[in-house]
Design a binder for this molecule. Structure first.
Ligand SMILES: [Zn+2]
Length: 399
């Protein structure tokens, strides 16, 4: 795909640059009136009207009744709202994939980030990584058909992975060697022929919650991602904390019991050995069998099963103790509890709250509000869509 600068450079016409500005603004805003576009692009009313008419004739822009799909209309004053313009669903889209340890989630979204189709499958990604790529590609085919979008119209594929990612100085990302024999970027680019971007799942979940979910407006946030593994995304001063090589937020590997069980990272007694899926599912095997999944466990907890609620509460308490210690170092204004376990609901959030209350210094106890992720267990997938939309230009749409 061409970069924006190629089109906007000396060879790109003024008309094409102006079209791009309108399309980019509609991507950013979701929907805008013509008057909004005049204000936000700085183009004249005549130019906006002419280019919008062209884009409508080409099927790239459509008129939408206000609030037809729940997106907020912008610029509406008192009285009759102006006609809202939006990118046509067929104009283009982005794909987000969340590879968890034991599931794959895929979404196809339009260029404003509205999800058109999505799916989730249980899958042992850790042990069957080549087949995980096959399954992701199958799901993409199904979802593109459901969303009536061609793969050629996809501007990029965002991938959230449940593993630490080593980031080089040039920004290129690879999964930490030895953690997983998994190279989804190369494999997916080869299979799909579209640009693929990757980040750690907790980082993407944190960004999604801060931009569109429970963390809107907050600048110092600790996002806890409690899924099969345990991770965190740290937002400080409104920006993701990446550290020297991008390996931050690995709270699942904070040691909570130096004499505890061996962790998959090689250390002993990490938080994951007491609060991640394998540790929660093992004691349930005599009652529910060895094939029980984390998703079944959290559903049972949500629906009132006492044993499952006990396990989720103990896990939440253990995570809260670590999160409270992090508060003493980092003093966030908000702790967001997300990941697949959030389906359990209040039993988890209340337990995290109680763990934090025990570990946090009394002087800053009141600072950190603790809330459930409003994007729920979809935050990481939505963050993967957001990664593409933020880091990819729109030229593909106008080609
Ligand atoms: Zn560990």
């Amino acid at each position: 795909m061409r970069a924006m600068t190629d089109t906007a450079g000396p060879s790109g016409s003024l008309r094409e640059r102006n079209r791009l500005r309108i399309v980019d603004e509609l991507r950013r805003a979701g929907r805008s009136s013509r008057a909004d576009l005049v204000r936000t692009t700085g183009l004249s009313r005549t130019t906006v009207s002419k280019l919008v008419a062209e884009l409508q004739a080409e099927g790239i822009v459509v008129e939408r009744p206000p609030e037809s799909d729940g997106a907020p209309a912008t610029g509406g004053g008192i009285g009759r709202p102006p006609v809202a313009l939006a990118l046509a669903p067929a104009a283009g889209g982005a794909i987000g994939i969340d590879f968890g340890h034991d599931f794959i989630r895929v979404a196809v979204a339009d260029l404003a980030g509205v999800v058109l189709a999505e799916a989730r499958r249980e899958f042992d990604v850790d042990r069957q990584s080549p087949a995980a790529i096959d399954l992701a590609c199958e799901l993409i085919d199904e979802l593109l058909a459901e969303a009536a979008l061609d793969l050629e119209r996809i501007i990029g594929v965002g991938v959230a992975v449940s593993a630490p990612i080593l980031r080089d100085a040039d920004g290129s990302a690879q999964i930490l060697p030895g953690w997983a024999a998994f190279a989804p970027v190369d494999a997916l680019e080869r299979r799909l022929g579209r640009p693929v971007l990757m980040d750690n799942d907790a980082n993407l979940g944190a960004l999604a919650e801060v931009r569109h979910g429970a963390g809107r407006g907050a600048v110092d946030v600790l996002y806890l991602m409690l899924s099969s593994g345990i991770g965190a995304g740290l937002i400080a001063d409104g920006r993701l904390v990446r550290g020297r090589h991008g390996i931050t937020g690995e709270i699942g590997h904070v040691v909570v019991d130096p004499n505890g069980a061996i962790c998959r990272c090689g250390n002993r007694g990490c938080l994951e050995t007491v609060a991640a899926a394998p540790a929660l599912l093992a004691p349930l095997a005599p009652l529910h069998g060895r094939d029980m999944t984390l998703q079944e466990l959290v559903r049972l907890a949500r629906d009132g099963d006492e044993g499952c609620r006990r396990l989720i509460a103990d896990a939440g308490q253990a995570v809260g103790l670590v999160a409270g210690s992090i508060c003493n170092v980092f003093n966030p204004e908000l702790i967001i509890v997300g990941g697949e376990m959030i389906v359990a609901g209040d039993v988890l959030v209340d337990a995290v709250r109680s763990g934090v209350a025990r570990a946090v210094m009394p002087a800053i106890r009141a600072d950190a509000q603790i809330v459930a992720a409003t994007l729920g267990d979809r935050a990481e997938m939505l963050g993967a869509v957001g990664l593409v939309l933020e880091e990819t230009e729109t030229t593909a749409v106008l080609a």
